[in-house]
Design a protein around this ligand. Structure first.
Ligand code: DX5
Ligand code: ZN
Length: 220
């Protein structure tokens, strides 16, 4: 992973032209963020396994599947077989998270844990060094287009400190409300992978929007 990575979230794409929208960003993005919602863990339903299978045929992008679902253990193999490269589940939903990580890795995929804004950030500390990414939700999960929660800065700083103290390369990813205006500050708080839905796919030129996010994130 480069110092700063942008993961466009297809939740903000036009599903009627999904592949067209993905093609617009595939050369500039670092990976594709795929939001799966089940109507139970979150009050929204997005899409599932068949959609991932379909888009997998037309791009080599790295797929990061963000499972906002209860009972993720039931569906890990299906999401792996559909073409996910990373499978990230919510720490609030997994009954046996370390077994789940082992299962994901045994399927040849990398694992991630996501954390809800209301869950103490310390709850993900045991996963440092055990997963590829820790995905800190910076909006309430369920919908795109929300504003970044300011309280996230402090949570990110705590997590950054814990990771650095352990000397691990676990990537801190943030999800929700990332814009050109706030990306530098979120970077300074410790994040290195930035999920961006609206600020990429609602831009006139999504590829240029990614480059602009990177530029704003790394310039002092
Ligand atoms: C929210 C999703 C996010 C969402 C981010 O539950 O997990 O990935 O797509 O969208 P923006 O960038 O619009 O906040
Ligand atoms: Zn997401």
């Amino acid at each position: 992973m480069k110092d700063i990575g942008i993961a466009p979230s297809i939740l903000a794409a036009d599903f009627g032209y999904l592949m067209r929208d993905i093609k617009q960003i595939e050369c500039n993005a670092d990976c594709l963020h795929i939001d799966v919602m089940d109507g139970h863990y979150v009050n929204n339903i997005s899409f599932g396994i068949p959609v991932i299978q379909s888009i997998r045929k037309y791009t080599d992008m790295k797929f990061f599947t963000h499972l906002m679902i209860t009972e993720p253990e039931k569906y890990i193999k299906a999401f792996a077989d559909a073409g996910s490269d990373n499978i990230t589940f919510h720490v609030e939903c997994a009954k046996a998270p370390f077994a789940l990580i082992d299962e994901i890795n045994a399927l040849g995929k990398t694992a991630g844990v996501a954390i809800h804004p209301d869950t103490p950030i310390e709850d993900v500390f045991p996963f440092i060094g055990k997963v590829e990414i820790i995905l800190v939700m910076t909006v309430y999960p369920g919908f795109g287009g929300q504003g970044y929660l300011d309280m996230s800065d402090e949570r990110l700083r705590k997590l950054r400190k814990a990771i650095d103290e352990k000397g691990c390369d676990t990537i801190i990813a943030v999800d929700g409300g990332v814009t050109e205006e706030n990306i530098r500050r979120i970077y300074e708080a410790g994040a290195r992978l930035f999920v961006a839905g609206s600020s990429v796919f609602h831009a006139e030129d999504p590829a240029a929007a990614i480059e602009e996010l990177k530029r704003c994130g790394i310039s002092s």
